[in-house]
Every structure is written in structure tokens, then in C-alpha cells.
Design a binder for this molecule. Structure first.
Ligand code: AMP
Length: 347
């Protein structure tokens, strides 16, 4: 694992001049746009086929081409990024393309946020330990002979929820899993309600949680199935995210939303010091009893925040100016530089 001392050394060599960079996917438009708003130079790491799109949006001061995103790990690319004083902003695709272990062990380029979170978030068991020990409710996990209602069966590492299936009895479970019983998976109670993907930002500089917005992921094909009568005769649901829809919560739910974010951050400090830094998302279902069940945490910027490049209803109230999550990250780095505390944010 790359030590914080090594990252700090590289960060110090930047002399307070930082270029904000990320890879061309996920929420890169928002991240680079927000960095520019805060006065940073920006760098885009891209493959040839994606460059045209990002050039069209004019978000990058520098463009660095790679054949494959994993090439970021090569010493030539890392040297060039460090040469350009780059701080990388990890997003969901960044972690998927490069791999959590590679980021921990091989990436020397300073990144915004605490890398140790990758160990807790990429392993479903550790993630459950973190969330439940924070006092958050999660959907119950059951053994096959305990299935007593609808369950969702998730294979570990399923990409975009493509590899899930539903069952409502032990018999149905065995029928559907036949041949794959040995593959690691969990059987989870299916929670019915409103899905809220809650966006937070934790500022270590202010020691404050901000609730920055929420979205509902539009998932295909499941979100299209209700348009078809008797759909279960013809289709099995998949949960591949294809887009995001804005949503606002009943205001009376907000105290609990804040509380959940605070608990997760507090626990993270105990589990992997210094804990969460910057944006994260609790993926929840709110039932008709107004109870939140959290089924996952994303410990970085989520794509749903790109709905709010112009700011969300909440950030508008707090900041009175457009404050996207991308911009909020850049603002935190800027404040870190102004107070010589940037190394508390960049790991
Ligand atoms: P995940 O990969 O755990 O984020 O799940 C992908 C999608 O499956 C979610 O966005 C939800 O739509 C759905 N989902 C996952 N777990 C549950 C659950 N326990 N109850 C209801 N829906 C779920």
C-alpha cells in the first residue's frame, strides 16, 4: 500500500499549485467544470474515442491520452500526472476501471479522499459491518431455508445489477441458482418503498456534514417493466443503471437523513482513520412506515449528483449560488490550500 508519507511528499512538491484531473467517464464533466469554477486548471485522462465529446464541452486545460484506463498505473503516465501537479478525483468508473487494489498499491498520484475506504466499500461483508455498526438499518440477509417473502439474490461483483434475481421461496431460490450455488452471493430481503440515493459531503476542514441532494437511479429493465401487464411471464428484472431522476424528500425526513450521514462518518473515523472525506452516497429504500433501509454506500462522488451542476434545492439554500458536488470538491481543496491543510484531504 502506498504510504501517506509518500503521497504527502509528492503533494508538497506541487508547492500549492494543483491541477485537478480525472478520467473521461461517469461525472468527469461536472468534476472538471466545478474545478474550473473554483479557478483550477483541469486535466482529462482519456482514450481517443472519448476525446471528441469532452473537447466539445471544453472542460479540460490539458488532455492526456491513454490506450486503456489501466495505463494510468504505468510509470510514464504517473510521472506525467505528477509533473503536471495533478490531484485525481476518483469517481465510480475510475475505481471500476483501475481496480481498488491497484489504487491502494500502485497509484502514487495524489487523490482526493481517503483511499482506505476502498477496502470497506468494495467488500460487501465489510460494507455491512460499517453500516450496521453505524446503527443504520440494512435489508435483512437470510439463508435459503429462511426465505419467507420476496428476496433479491446478488452475486458479488455483479456489474450494474445485471446478475441479480428475485425469489419468494426456498424452492424458487434453488431453482434459479442451479449450477451457481458455489459462487459468492447474498440473499437479501427485498424492501419495497421509494428508493432515495442520498448525496452527502463531509468536510474535514469544517467537521461538518452537508446534505447536497438526492436522486433515483433509473434502472433498466426493471423500471420499464411496470408498463407491461403480466411482465413476469416474459422477463426477469435487471438493475442496470441507465440514468438518474431528481427527487426531493419530505422535509420531515431530513433530520434522519442528516443523522444517518453523521453516523456513517463518525464510525468511519474509528474503522479507517481519518475516515470519510468529501462526497458519498447512501443508497436507501424508504418504506411506507417512513423507515430507511440502506442497501449500499458509495464512498465518492456518484453520477446522480450530475443532475445538480447548477446546484440542488439544498445546496442552493446553503450557498445561494450554484454549487455542484464537483465544485464543492474543488472548493474544499481550495480552502485546504488556503489554510495549509490540503494534506488532510488528499491521500
Ligand atoms: P446494488 O448493486 O446493491 O446497489 O443494487 C442495485 C439495485 O437493486 C438497486 O439500485 C435497487 O434498485 C435494487 N436493490 C438492491 N437491493 C435491494 C433490496 N434489498 N430491496 C429492494 N431493491 C434492492
Amino acid at each position: 500500500m502506498i504510504s501517506q508519507e509518500r503521497i504527502k511528499e509528492i503533494l508538497e512538491s506541487y508547492g500549492g499549485e494543483i491541477t485537478i484531473g480525472t478520467i473521461a467517464s461517469h461525472s468527469a464533466l461536472q468534476i472538471l467544470h466545478g474545478a474550473r469554477q473554483e479557478g483550477f486548471d483541469t486535466l482529462l485522462i482519456t482514450t481517443k474515442d472519448r476525446e471528441k465529446l469532452y473537447r466539445n464541452f471544453n472542460v479540460a486545460n490539458f488532455t492526456l491520452f491513454v490506450e486503456n484506463f489501466k495505463d494510468i498505473l504505468s510509470s510514464e503516465v504517473q510521472d506525467e500526472l505528477i509533473e503536471r501537479n495533478c490531484v485525481l478525483i476518483p469517481h465510480g468508473s475510475f475505481v471500476e476501471y483501475i481496480g481498488p487494489k491497484n489504487i491502494l498499491d500502485k497509484l502514487e498520484v495524489p487523490c482526493f479522499g481517503n483511499r482506505l475506504v476502498l477496502e470497506w466499500e468494495s467488500d460487501r461483508r465489510k460494507e455491512r459491518e460499517w453500516l450496521t455498526s453505524s446503527g443504520l438499518k440494512m435489508p435483512r440477509e437470510v439463508k435459503p431455508d429462511e426465505i419467507d417473502g420476496p428476496v433479491i439474490v446478488k452475486f458479488f461483483g455483479a456489474k450494474g445489477g445485471r446478475d441479480f434475481f428475485l425469489a419468494s421461496s426456498e424452492e424458487e431460490y434453488w431453482d434459479k441458482i442451479r449450477g451457481r450455488e458455489k459462487e459468492p452471493h447474498v440473499i437479501q430481503e427485498y424492501v419495497v418503498g421509494t428508493r432515495f440515493y442520498l448525496h452527502y459531503f463531509y468536510s474535514p476542514l469544517n467537521d461538518e456534514i452537508e446534505f447536497t441532494g438526492s436522486d433515483i437511479r433509473y434502472e433498466s429493465n426493471v423500471d420499464g417493466l411496470t408498463r407491461i401487464p403480466d411482465w413476469e411471464k416474459y422477463f426477469s428484472p435487471t438493475y442496470v443503471v441507465t440514468g438518474n431522476i431528481p427527487v426531493i424528500l419530505r422535509e420531515s425526513l431530513l433530520p434522519e437523513v442528516f443523522e444517518m450521514g453523521e453516523r456513517v462518518v463518525k464510525k468511519s473515523k474509528e474503522l479507517f482513520y481519518p475516515g470519510m472525506i468529501g462526497p458519498f452516497c447512501l443508497e436507501t429504500v424508504c418504506t411506507d412506515g417512513l423507515e430507511f433501509y440502506v442497501f449500499e454506500i458509495s464512498a465518492r462522488i456518484v453520477a446522480g449528483t450530475s443532475l445538480y451542476v447548477w446546484g440542488s434545492p439544498y445546496t442552493w439554500v446553503k450557498y445561494n449560488e450554484p454549487m455542484s458536488t464537483g465544485r464543492r470538491i474543488a472548493l474544499e481543496i481550495k480552502r485546504g490550500l488556503e489554510t495549509n491543510r490540503e494534506s488532510e484531504l488528499i491521500w
